[in-house]
Design a protein around this ligand. Structure first.
Ligand SMILES: Nc1ncnc2c1ncn2[C@@H]1O[C@H](COP(=O)(O)OP(=O)(O)OP(=O)(O)O)[C@@H](O)[C@H]1O
Length: 333
């Protein structure tokens, strides 16, 4: 069953813009311009796009904060705006910039209050809290008022607060923004664990593509309010022709670089001591074996295609083969 079902969703804002020295005129901005999206129970969905693409506006419509201009939205079978109270019991929300915790209370007391707000049975509350305490290491700071917590500590508290009522869908808007490496890993690890358990659907917006690579088998990219990609990261790489690379360091440069079937040579570097091949139809083992038969190899490494590059091209509206992370464009120099 689709826990999220969105059809031709639109949101327009009326803004006043300067039109001359003193005059201002009204203009309509289509923040979301016809999004279709279906998400099944247990899916982990990355919802990304450049600044101003319409991500937050979409999430706000999915959670009942904003009324759509037109289109259809169902989340857990409910219409988010008219049935917002019922929806709140079935979804959790973590918006990086906003808090649902009580600023002057320690986390422990916030969690207790939330139990009463959502009327969660004591045993279920205790079980969920125990899981979050273990996975997010909350005990070290659970008695400190929220206002004194670091951003990373607060984010762990926010995640817990969003999950204590056992939501079916968790919406996360930039959950790792501003976090240090350790906190980011803790949050990602926690979300991965939640995803593995399979009973919570995650919708994650982020500018940190490592979040997406780590967590989301499915990636929806929007730009100017429209979906421009819906599929896996691998599908995005296929679309842009980005390939894995084999980088071979040789003891002695060859007079003529070898031609390997299914793995074109992209570049020769370091006076011929480094050869870079793109893996097309050939496998790593075939390429390495063929090279080893023709040259003394000092080192071989495999370079994975870089998601940042592919997404940057998508945002820039450029189709076609990728200049990948190593700046390798296609022809040997
Ligand atoms: N309340 C509003 N009034 C007028 N325009 C708005 C309003 N909220 C959003 N917009 C406009 O709608 C567009 C989409 O904004 P939105 O916040 O959804 O983008 P976003 O993808 O979340 O961007 P970011 O990555 O920068 O957070 C932008 O052009 C923004 O200026």
């Amino acid at each position: 069953m689709n826990v999220i079902d969105v059809r031709d969703l639109r949101k327009e804002f009326t803004v006043r813009v300067k039109a001359g020295r003193l005059r201002r005129e009204k203009r309509t901005v289509a923040a979301v311009a016809g999004v279709d999206l279906r998400v099944e129970r247990g899916e982990l969905l990355g919802y990304i796009g450049p600044n101003g693409a319409g991500k937050s506006t979409t999430l706000k419509m999915l959670t009942g904060v904003l009324t759509p201009t037109s289109g259809q939205v169902r989340v857990c079978g409910l219409r988010p705006v008219p049935e917002r109270t019922r929806l709140a019991l079935r979804v959790g929300v973590v918006f990086g910039q906003r808090s649902q915790l009580w600023w002057d209370l320690p986390l422990r007391e916030s969690f207790d209050l939330l139990r009463h707000v959502y009327r969660v049975p004591a045993a279920a509350h205790a079980a969920r809290l125990r899981r979050c305490r273990d996975l997010l290491d909350l005990d070290a700071f659970a008695d400190i008022p929220v206002r004194q917590l670091s951003l990373g500590q607060r984010m762990r508290g926010e995640l817990t607060a969003a999950l204590l009522h056992g939501p079916e869908v968790l919406f996360l808007d930039e959950p790792t923004i501003g976090l240090d490496v350790v906190s980011r890993q803790a949050v990602r690890g926690f979300l991965a664990e939640l995803g593995r358990a399979g009973d919570t659907t995650l919708v994650l917006t982020t500018h940190d593509l490592a979040d997406i690579e780590r967590l989301c088998p499915r990636l929806v990219v929007i730009d100017h309010g429209r979906v421009v990609h819906d599929g896996s990261i691998a599908a995005l790489h296929d679309r842009y022709g980005s390939r894995r690379l084999v980088v071979a360091d040789l003891d002695t440069a060859l007079p003529q670089p070898p031609e390997l079937p299914g793995a074109p040579l992209l570049r020769v570097e370091a006076d011929g001591h480094r050869l870079v091949f793109a893996l097309e139809s050939a496998g790593v083992a075939d390429v390495v074996a063929a090279l080893a038969g023709r040259a003394a190899l000092r080192d071989v490494s495999i370079v994975e295609p870089d998601i940042e590059d592919v997404v940057a091209r998508l945002y820039a509206g450029k189709e076609g083969p990728l200049v990948n992370a190593s700046g390798i464009a296609g022809a040997p120099s």
